[in-house]
Design a protein around this ligand. Sequence first.
Ligand code: SF4
Ligand code: MG
Length: 320
Amino acid sequence: NLKKHFHMQSPIPFKKSSQSVKAVDGLDFDVYPGETLGVVGESGCGKSTMARLVNQLITPSEGTVEFKGSNLVEMNAQELRASRKSIQMVFQDPYASLDPRKKVGELIAEPLLIHNVGDQSSRKKRVQYLLEVVGLEGFHAERYPHEFSGGQRQRINIARALVLNPDVIICDEPVSALDVSVQAQVINLLKRLQKEFDLTYIFISHDLNVVRYMCDRIAVMYLGKIVEMGTYQEVYNDPQHPYTKALLSAVPKESPHDDKNRVILKGSVPSPINPPSGCHFHERCPVAMEMCKSIVPELQDVENGSVASCHLLNKNQEEL
Ligand code: SF4
Ligand code: MG
């Protein structure tokens, strides 16, 4: 039941605003060792906030984040520091995420310093080793971030995320800022590293093509909530939620004839400040019913094994 509501600043001084941004509004999900859980949705649906909550970069308004049986939310600073070693992040923007004043070697070694791991020579060796692991050469340690392309910088970020030997890496749109040709290289690298280092990924993306290639299970988010979650096969081959269907229909098809089933959504994601009543999706849903305006649909089990939240799931064919 993970929630993050940000309180808004009131325009009137010293008066507390009653408005809040419900960036993440009651998420429940598991991530299993060795898998890749894809999290998809349009921008503004709360994916990045979710990532920061899981890693405890921000604290939730409500709910728990359990890692290996312990609740990260209740940990003291020292315990949290130890757990953080196991959960690392790779961010979207390879330009903003590396300090331009530091050499690449220092940047990769920094987490080791922060966590007081090894001595200078062992740290140096680890940096050399990881640069090679991500497909760069050891001498690059002496260079500065501006000397590298976007794809190379993302490799440097990945080396930095690996340096503490984590169990989980949260990848927040790791290839969205890169050229399509470079995207495939970085994705293949992530896939190889997952096998080599026994990694678990939470892979956030708005691009269903990328997710399809990367993920075992997929969670679809809309306005701070998961609206559908299942295995890759369930979600791609038998989507249940009208929003998932619309997202999938927007993925370019190999044959233009397939495009006739395309669902065009009206408007963009509504504001999370005053989200629509009932089903958050009702204003844009092509099959919305009267009840959708007032009654919130809960996530429920679907026959095919996935879960989804839509009132249509409770209607049988005759009723429709
Ligand atoms: Fe559409 Fe209603 Fe289902 Fe929401 S609950 S997705 S508005 S049919
Ligand atoms: Mg984001």
